[in-house]
Design a protein around this ligand. Structure first.
Ligand code: UDP
Length: 441
């Protein structure tokens, strides 16, 4: 393996292997390239090379090392074993005192096998692990699988936990992770989306290009999760087929995951439906623009649940559980499970009822403000070099959380609010004279 020359900056190893990691880590890599103190050293594990490469090409990033962990068909254990073996030889050099590779920290993202194996490798070499997108939980070890376990394992290993939201921070604190090792940053996926919004993508599939140009209502769908391989994928596809048949004027676009196990279940159900386009995975810029153009998204993806609300696109989440509770609470996501009837009925309601539609589409995005990566680089500089610490994203105080903890969770109003309304008094105007109030609850 060719390794670059060392210079005066501290290297931060960033481990990437899958598409969501590439999308959510490229804004951090770009931001780190601007740092006076830190320099990214990007390891591509190669878990899903075909999906990662276009994202890096778009962002102008060339990985420093490729581990080729996904080159042949692989089980999860084989991928983990290859990453442990091959990443170790890179990180090991430095920890054995070889001065040409001073690694200040190792960044992993989220919940993939790449991330879990990367974190384990780093800690065996006593490198501090920084976990981006920390604290997401369903609480069910088998759903999503193996992601929920991966993220729990990484949380045991990491020195610094970068939580997208306050809910994620609370999840970590409830697992005895000290709050002073957690920074709430917002999700870097929103940074990526905003960066990408400036681009004007050309659609590789001319059928998609034509639909995007038309004024047809579009449903964009994705489905690939492992826990749906045993029947869930077919039920989701059947629901979409029934919606497409009931509403022939809409267009469904389904960029299919390359995994043959996904394709063999959905193609027989959807390929003959005239207003359904089955297409190849799209480049991120194409997909991001399509998501903004769509009327609704039907997906089991994690990242899309965060992105769509920034674009005003309601999401039907085809999963039994989600770790994106903020979006469900904010009303931008609706958890519809994997039963055909419930997915079909929810989609038809949104297509037929403008009030139900607007109620979902008009919610603000709880996942980020587009500055997560800046906060992350500022946090690393602050820790390593004593630079000033960044302020967190979002409120640490939640009125709803306090009310819930006080036993008012079922009541639409507190007794005090009722009393205030009955008296016709605007309490807020008379009791507070500090700076302007926050709008968020
Ligand atoms: N995405 C993409 N092309 C596609 C479908 C999705 O670039 O054809 C992007 C999408 O915008 C999101 C990410 O891929 O950022 C989601 O990846 P995936 O569903 O594979 O993983 P998850 O988010 O569930 O971990």
């Amino acid at each position: 393996m060719d390794l670059p020359e060392v210079d005066s900056k501290f290297r931060v190893v960033i481990i990437v292997g899958t598409r969501p990691e590439a999308i959510k880590l490229f804004p951090i890599i770009l931001e780190m390239k601007e740092s006076k103190f830190l320099e990214p050293f990007v390891i591509n594990t190669g878990q899903h090379r075909d999906l990662v490469q276009p994202v890096f090409d778009m962002a102008g990033i060339t990985p420093d090392v490729d581990l080729h962990a996904g080159d042949s068909p692989n089980t999860l254990n084989q991928i983990v074993a290859k990453v442990l073996d091959r990443a170790d030889s890179i990180i090991e050099k430095e920890s054995r005192g070889n001065n040409w590779f001073p690694t200040a920290a190792v960044i992993v993202h989220g919940d993939t096998s790449t991330a879990m194996a990367g974190a384990l490798t780093a800690i065996q070499e006593k490198r501090p692990v920084v976990h981006v997108e920390a604290g997401l939980r369903t609480g069910n070890a088998l759903s999503p699988f193996p992601e929920e376990l991966n993220r729990q394992i990484i949380s045991r290993i990491a020195a610094l936990h970068l939580a997208p939201t306050v809910t994620n921070l609370n999840n970590l604190v409830s697992e005895q992770i000290p709050a002073d090792r957690i920074l709430v940053t917002g999700n870097t996926g929103i940074d990526a989306l905003m960066w990408t919004a400036r681009l004007e993508p050309e659609y590789a599939d001319p059928r998609v290009a034509e639909v995007v140009k038309s004024d047809a209502d579009v449903i964009v769908m994705t489905a690939h999760r492992r826990e749906h391989w045993g029947g869930g994928l077919a039920r989701i596809a059947q629901a979409v087929r029934e919606v497409a048949e009931e509403k022939p004027e809409i267009q469904v676009i389904f960029p299919m995951h390359p995994n043959p196990k996904v394709r063999e279940q959905v193609e027989p159900i959807l390929q003959e439906v005239p207003n359904v386009i089955l297409t190849e995975p799209m480049e991120y810029a194409e997909f991001a623009h399509l998501l903004g153009r769509a009327k609704i998204a039907i997906t089991d993806s994690g990242g899309i649940q965060e992105e769509a609300p920034s674009l005003g696109t309601p999401v039907l989440v085809t999963r039994e559980e989600t770790e994106r509770h903020e979006g469900v609470e904010a009303g931008t996501l609706l958890l519809v499970g994997t039963e055909t009837d419930s997915i079909r009925d929810a989609a038809l309601l949104l297509l037929n009822d403008p009030v139900a539609y607007q109620t979902m589409a008009a919610r603000p995005n709880p996942y980020g403000d587009g500055f997560a990566s800046r906060r992350i680089i500022a946090a690393l500089e602050s820790i390593a070099f004593g630079e000033s610490a960044p302020t967190a994203f979002g409120p640490s105080f939640s009125r709803n959380a306090v009310l819930e903890a006080s036993g008012f969770d079922d009541a639409p109003r507190t007794p005090y609010e009722e009393q205030r309304l009955a008296m016709g008094t605007d309490v807020s105007a008379v009791t507070y004279t500090g700076p302007e109030r926050r709008q968020s609850q």
